[in-house]
Design a protein around this ligand. Structure first.
Ligand SMILES: [Zn+2]
Length: 90
């Protein structure tokens, strides 16, 4: 996972492949559990498959991970959109 904002039609810095917006699944190992977030918006290289998240998205993923750490759950499987909808409600 890397953080980077790309302009339109940017090329992958690793392999010069074409980068296109898409969604991916983010997983993180926490001290006591695992968090799995589906439907995370990302910029994905069509050639090497490297994925980049914008600063905003990676910040939200950080928040989700620390929420989960605080709750002490062992496994959390959520959708990025749902997580955002929840955080708006709260
Ligand atoms: Zn690439």
């Amino acid at each position: 996972m890397r953080n980077k904002e790309f302009p339109k039609n940017a090329k992958c810095p690793l392999c010069r492949g074409r980068i296109a917006p898409g969604t991916t699944t983010f997983t993180a190992d926490l001290d006591k559990g695992v968090i799995i977030v589906h439907d995370v918006p990302a910029q994905i290289c069509g050639q090497c498959g490297e994925e980049w998240f914008t600063n905003e998205v990676s910040h939200q993923l950080d928040e989700l991970a620390s929420d989960m750490r605080a709750k002490g759950s062992e496994v959390e499987i959520i959708s990025f959109n749902m997580a955002n909808a929840e955080s708006v409600k709260v």
